[in-house]
Design a protein around this ligand. Structure first.
Ligand SMILES: NC(=O)c1ccc[n+]([C@@H]2O[C@H](COP(=O)([O-])OP(=O)(O)OC[C@H]3O[C@@H](n4cnc5c(N)ncnc54)[C@H](O)[C@@H]3O)[C@@H](O)[C@H]2O)c1
Ligand SMILES: O=C(O)[C@H](O)COP(=O)(O)O
Length: 600
């Protein structure tokens, strides 16, 4: 079927079969700075190509807060690294348009303005630590920017700091130290309280909370915990009872806060809840300042409800010098030091550098905060289906007359695997990418796929067909249906009235296997011509020779028919874009009733 050995201009650009494969996985999060990827982008999204052209050498990573050397070294192997600390919000907004990734700790606000100022170039924000309350996640998602954090490397450091504050508070270490240094010797004033046998309520039984609980048990404390999402058996395993919020705050002698700052936890310790506490309760906060209503805490301290507080974190950091809370004699403070050990900072730096480099290389990060986390082995297995999903979306939307009016899309997965064994988020995102990119200039990736679909009023529903048989491969087929639209290729409308395409993966290669009610079989590696004709001998040869004469290489042909000598749909895979004259000649074949060229 090869029409010609000499490459056409377009086949120079897409010279080999492998270079025709879309960069689905890498473009999911980010586009690789390599030629093949850029070529693909140039075809589908010229605007994006302009942005990416600067990446043909190395991406630029802005490190806006101090990061451990090991992390910087890792970054420098891969990227141009700009370490600019203490930037004002305006300076950050100015610089960000030149950066592909940004790394921050808790001291930098990554606001909506930052994403807007980036002009679409910023693709990854790395939070070198756990809390992401300083990053506007909604804005990141809308801009298709992945946010990753380093959630594990500072857990022990934070827990140790919590215990340090707990013990220092109970024995007035900070106050006594200051007193001795000012020349006093007040042994009676600084009598403390013992920890052994006292009840500690750990509020937020996640990574840090669990480690604090473990250590507090070692100090002989009775530990309870409150966490609406933690499994009770994990708590029981270390001898901790999970209790309700009210029980925790009303029975504790000590409270240690370890929940994230969210709308639900903001000012969760307030006047109302201080009033429920035991008189003389002591509070440690190494989570976030915002979980406490700080004015209410001052009132509770003054009223003696709270005997002491030890705080590492504050609503505003640094807090105002004249803050009543900071100056309160029963309050011990540290300047957000929870994660600040040599070991933790080195670990965090490596953890975040690896996550950012991985994301820039197009990998799905295991610590993604605003995108599904997909384990590497699942990703490898799903790879051809991810490509299939994108291509089916791309085909389906091109079959819609005018490409517009797409509002209701159904994706059906046929699989022998149960819903728990098949994660379809990636596939749905890729169908969305395929549907939206051909009809807009929006860059769609796993991060912003759902948002983009919603914004365009496209509702994507998913359905599973559970098949009998061996669940060896993840999927048998994927079907994409667009309802309530007209088609530029009437045969693509199924009996139930939707534009319908269906595909399978065969030997690792995605294939189109159904268009409307017609069974076809064409590998989705190049572009496709669909042609409905009266089924009669010689059609394959006629179309094939027109394409050959027009220097278009045919990779695949298949004919699906409803009955012999009735109507048939021919699917022809072509490596090149056929010229207008080639398409015209196909349209003029008397038996051809309709045809469409689909750009993959
Ligand atoms: N001071 C520091 O330097 C420092 C260092 C590390 C972590 N932190 C902060 O500590 C917090 C916890 O960190 P982590 O690594 O343990 O995170 P994590 O996600 O492992 O744990 C947080 C836990 O809080 C629970 N939670 C959520 N909402 C809750 C609620 N309303 N009530 C009670 N529990 C709730 C979650 O279910 C989760 O188990 C984060 O805010 C983080 O930023 C501070
Ligand atoms: O959330 C965290 O990881 C801690 O609060 C540490 O923040 P830092 O990186 O600013 O020390």
């Amino acid at each position: 079927m090869a029409a010609s050995a000499s490459p056409s201009p377009s086949s120079t650009l897409f010279s080999s079969r492998s270079s025709l494969k879309p960069s689905s996985l890498s473009s999911l999060i980010y586009r690789l700075p390599v030629a093949v990827n850029l070529r693909h982008q140039r075809r589908h999204n010229p605007q994006q190509f302009i942005v990416l052209s600067s990446l043909e050498s190395k991406p630029t990573v802005l490190v806006a807060e101090k990061l451990g050397q090991a992390g910087l070294d890792l970054l420098k192997n891969f990227a141009n690294v700009d370490c600019s600390y203490n930037l004002s919000p305006e300076e950050l907004c100015t610089k960000i348009s030149l950066c592909d990734a940004l790394i921050v700790r808790s001291g930098t606000k990554v606001s909506r303005e930052v994403f807007e100022s980036s002009g679409g170039r910023l693709k990854v924000v790395g939070r070198a630590g756990v809390g992401i309350d300083n990053v506007d996640l909604g804005a990141a998602t809308e801009h298709g920017c992945l946010v990753v954090n380093a959630p594990t490397a500072n857990t022990v450091a934070a827990a140790e700091h919590g215990i340090a504050l707990l013990t220092a508070m109970a024995r007035n270490v900070a106050q006594a130290d200051a007193s001795v240094k000012s020349g006093k010797w007040l042994r009676n004033k600084y009598v403390g309280v013992s920890l052994v046998g006292k009840t500690l309520a750990v509020m937020g039984f996640g990574k840090v909370g669990t480690e604090v609980a473990r250590r507090a048990k070692g100090l002989g404390m009775h530990v309870i915990a409150h966490d609406p999402y933690a499994p009770a058996d994990r708590a029981h395993a270390i001898g901790v009872d999970l209790v309700s919020f009210d029980e925790a705050i009303s029975t504790a002698d000590f409270l240690s806060l370890h929940m994230p700052l969210t709308p639900a936890t903001s000012k969760i310790l307030n006047d109302e809840n201080f009033a429920k506490m035991k008189k003389g309760v002591r509070i440690v906060n190494v989570a976030r300042g915002g979980v406490i209503d700080e004015d209410a805490l001052v009132r509770a301290l003054d009223a003696g409800i709270v005997a002491q507080a030890a705080l590492d974190v504050f609503t505003v950091e640094p807090p105002p010098k004249d803050s009543k809370l900071i100056q309160h004699e029963n309050v011990t403070v540290t300047p957000h030091l929870g994660a600040s050990t040599m070991e933790a900072q080195e670990g965090v730096a490596i953890e975040i550098a690896e996550a950012v480099v991985g994301a820039l290389q197009g990998e799905l990060a295991a610590t993604a905060v605003n995108a599904p986390m997909v384990p590497a082995e699942v990703l490898t297995e799903l790879k051809p289906y991810v490509t299939l999903a994108e291509k089916l979306g791309r085909l389906a939307v091109q079959l819609v007359a005018g490409g517009s009016g797409v509002k209701s899309v159904k994706v059906t997965y046929a699989s022998a695997r149960g819903p728990d064994d098949l994660d379809t988020r990636l596939l749905r995102a890729m169908v969305t990418k395929g549907l939206i990119e051909p009809i807009s200039s929006v860059f769609v990736n796993l991060v912003n796929a759902d948002f983009t679909a919603k914004q365009r009023g496209v509702r994507i529903s998913e359905e599973r067909v559970i098949l009998d048989g061996s669940p060896e491969s993840p999927l048998e087929s994927i079907q994409v249906q667009i309802a309530n639209v007209e088609s530029r290729f009437a045969s693509a409308i199924s009996e139930s009235g939707e534009v319908t395409v269906e595909g399978k993966v065969k030997d690792g290669i995605p294939h189109l296997t159904k268009v409307g009610a017609f069974e076809v079989d064409v590998s989705l590696e190049g572009n496709i011509i669909l042609c409905r004709q009266v089924d009669q001998p010689g059609m394959i040869g006629t179309v094939g020779s027109i394409l050959g004469e027009e220097n278009v290489n045919v990779s695949f042909m298949s004919v699906g028919r409803i009955a012999p000598r009735k109507q048939a749909v021919m699917a022809i895979g072509v490596d090149e874009h056929p010229s207008k004259s080639a398409l015209k000649r196909i349209g003029e074949i008397p038996a051809v009733e309709e045809f469409v060229f689909l750009d993959l």
